[in-house]
Design a protein around this ligand. Structure first.
Ligand code: UDP
Length: 491
């Protein structure tokens, strides 16, 4: 691939589940093309990205990916002054942040005019913007850059999610079921798979008024990059291509190289976190890892049942735990949110580990002792798990997670759903039963494991390149680069 000084700007939405894959995409484009890559975001998010980029070989000090802060003042939008991302926000605050994020347009325009056009004599070749930033494509068109959407989710889940918002109102039948345009008729969705604000959306509410125009604009961008792999989501890819009628480039899995090298014979981690040390002491393929992503949590009642079910299963686990729904998610964890004596019994028996707020998820999933992942089915978590051949237990909570969970269970056969949402019924008996099922290598748990390993092989193959062949995601990346470069020659 040609190396030159073309400039690509990248604009992720302000949430870790978006920032992490954007950064990985930036690194890959930089490595493969030599383009100048600049990621723009608010100060705290840039700081997070800087910490993630360090030592990657393409950090700023090594002349790699550039990081630029855009001014952003949350209190101008009725939000607490230090808010710069969705972490810990209530739903009303989250919608305020969505609206506030459109205000990044003015500083972005200024940056392009003053720092790129004035200094480099031409606009950026391409602006890669988040699915939630449809406004950025008007700006790209205006400045004669190619506007490309980067959708950090998978094909099936995002096709369902985007179509739900764009084609409001959804019509459900008496039994609460509905179908979606472009999906096979036997793919029945259920009202319980709609987040409560989607259930109430009628096109005039504040969520619809934000998402409908943003999603309509992304469908008018020059193409979609997706963090998935053609071979693992054939149905999802065909639905989304029919839906957006644009070039769609599946360039995933956007994961750091250590997650994609052949499965290690021994533990590859030299920086030993306490979770990794604990995992070292556990049997191979035995531990359940539990996390609900970077911003979701469950209710207090659900937390209690989950804790009791885990304890009764007797299976080893690592649980990334956050204050329950309705409490300050960034606040301290209180002992009374768990069954009496739960944590002290764990430290005595060493049967499990509770990690407050944030765990080194990729290190945990890539450890040989990890056997299954109870997950909210956020797409990064899904890819991280499957890249390691780790089957899942689904507990979708928000966004497109319910559709990811459906696809993982019904299409891929790598997951089984425990429950859905904050209203989902969870009993300790159910938890125990499902934990035993997914960790048992006989029967369904064994089938799921085999399929997860197969999917993991496809994920690795998609980004593999040798003298004989090039994986599908690398070919998609080449096609994306050729497409944006050819737009310059047509100007
Ligand atoms: N993550 C992590 N430690 C945690 C929780 C999350 O490293 O304790 C990372 C996880 O590895 C993934 C991202 O945060 O890369 C979460 O993204 P995902 O799409 O799974 O869910 P979201 O947070 O967007 O709901």
């Amino acid at each position: 691939m040609e190396s030159n000084s073309q400039h690509v700007l990248m604009l992720p939405f302000m949430a870790r589940g978006h920032l992490i894959p954007f950064l990985e995409l930036a690194k890959q484009i930089r490595r493969r093309t030599g383009f100048i890559i600049t990621i723009l975001n608010t100060a705290a998010n840039i700081q997070f990205l800087r910490s993630q980029l360090l030592g990657s070989g393409v950090d700023e000090a090594a002349g790699g990916v550039r990081l630029v802060e855009l001014p952003f003042c949350a209190s101008d939008h009725g939000l607490p002054p230090n808010v710069e991302s969705t972490r810990g926000l209530s739903l009303p605050q989250m919608i305020d942040l969505f609206y506030a994020s459109t205000e990044l347009e003015a500083p972005l325009r200024r940056f392009i005019l003053e720092e790129i056009i004035a200094k480099e004599g031409r606009p950026p070749l391409c602006i890669i913007a988040d699915l939630f930033f449809g406004w950025a494509f008007d700006l790209a068109k205006n400045l004669r850059s190619v506007g490309v959407t980067f959708c950090t989710g998978g094909a099936y889940g995002m096709a369902a999610y985007v179509s739900l918002w764009k084609d409001i109102p959804q019509r459900h039948s008496n039994d609460g079921e509905f179908t979606l345009p472009g999906f096979p008729k036997n793919h029945r969705f259920h009202i319980s798979q709609l987040h409560k604000f989607l259930r109430a959306a009628d096109g005039t509410d504040s969520w619809s008024r934000f998402f409908q125009p943003q999603f309509s604009k992304t469908v008018n961008s020059s193409g979609w990059l997706l963090n998935t792999v053609e071979e693992i989501e054939p149905l999802g890819m065909s639905i989304i291509r029919n839906y957006v009628r644009l070039p769609v480039w599946p360039v995933g899995p956007l994961l750091p190289p250590f997650m994609l090298s052949p499965p290690p014979a021994s533990d590859p981690h030299d920086r030993k976190d306490r979770c990794v040390t604990w995992l070292d002491s556990q049997p191979h393929d035995s531990v359940l890892y539990i996390s609900f992503g970077s911003q979701n949590t469950i209710t207090l009642t659900q937390m209690m049942e989950l804790a009791m079910g885990l304890e009764e299963s007797g299976k080893p686990f690592i649980w990334v735990i956050r204050p329950p729904f309705g409490f300050d998610l960034e606040g301290e964890f209180r002992e009374e949110w768990l069954p009496i004596g739960f944590e002290s019994r764990l430290s005595e028996t060493e049967k499990g580990m509770v990690v407050k707020k944030w765990a080194p998820q990729m290190e945990i999933l890539s450890h040989r002792s990890t056997g299954a992942f109870l997950s909210h089915c956020g797409w990064n978590s899904v890819l991280e798990s499957l890249s390691q051949g780790v089957p899942l237990v689904g507990w979708p909570l928000a966004g497109e997670q319910a559709y990811n969970s459906k696809m993982l269970a019904e299409e891929m056969g790598v997951s089984v759903e425990l429950t859905r949402g904050l209203e989902g019924n969870v009993t300790k008996e159910n938890v125990k039963k499902i934990v035993e099922l997914v960790l048992n290598r006989e029967g369904k748990g064994g089938e799921m494991k085999k399929k997860a390993v197969e999917v993991g092989k496809h994920l690795r193959a998609a980004v593999k390149e040798d003298e004989f062949e090039k994986g599908s995601s690398l070919r998609a990346m080449d096609d994306f680069v050729d497409t944006i470069l050819s737009s310059v020659s047509h100007q």
